[in-house]
Design a protein around this ligand. Sequence first.
Ligand SMILES: [Zn+2]
Length: 328
Amino acid sequence: MLDFDTVKGHEDIIRVLKNSIVQKQVSHAYIFDGMEGVGKRTLAKAFAKSLQCEKGGAMPCGECESCRSFENGTNPDVFYIEREKKNMTVDIIREDITRRLETAPYSNKYKIFIVNEGDTMNEAAQNAFLKTLEEPPEYAVFIILCRNFARFIATVLSRCIIFKLHPLSYETVAEFVAKEKGIPLAEALVYAKYSSGSIGKALSFIDDEEFKEKREYAFSLVDNIEKASDINTVCLLSEDLSKRGDVSEIFDIIYMIYRDCLVYKATGSVKRLIQTEKKDFIVSLAKAKSYKSIANTADAIGDTLKRISYNADVKLVSESLFLKMKEK
Ligand SMILES: [Zn+2]
């Protein structure tokens, strides 16, 4: 059953939301701002369900008519608003929100609108939405989900309560992911770190065979560059890489490898490595190099990524990077 306990992390926000329900000080509009997969939608649903529960407590009872219809996805007074094109247009605001607000809730206290990717509203849509926000009917509650609240015009922001959902701790993500997918915690921790604290992203990496292949390729590439004894081998490796369609992502992973080497070099411990299951490889790479050479390589990878984004020749830029990586 979905309730606030389903939400991972974000304890402070949950406390405020629960208090607002109990003290009957519910606002008309909320913005939940945060990266993809951090739990915005789950939190919005838990809040909406609690608001609609007939018992009126901080947690939904799970038994009343409203809670049951919510569970089935058939609550007549909760609406999920999605964009249809690149932007959320004024038509969606008028048709899916304003018009629905002309009538009172069907069987609940509120009419709740969970607006996904609200920051994709174009200016016309935001102005139309602002009109509703200025004089909302008593029963209207908007929960707007977005990744960048700075895209809203100031007059919209001033009428919303803004909550920033920060990335979750690696441990929180890993524990959830390990349980959900039945994988060892150490493995889950790697995905958690790659995801930068997003459960949604970490879960998507696990199911992504391509991502696994990319990682293996990146590690073996670094290994082969290290072992290469002549420039011809380095040229062949860069030629092979240039034939792939995902060069930037490979470089992202290589960057993570060198980032881990730097962390090991600085701390002398494997505790803070991102790629813990590859720690043997990372430790031996770090030991073979000076701190300065690793730091230079990390910088050079950043430069290479930039050049590739400007359409530089992949074979040429990777060749010069690989030669730099070979410096001790
Ligand atoms: Zn209930």
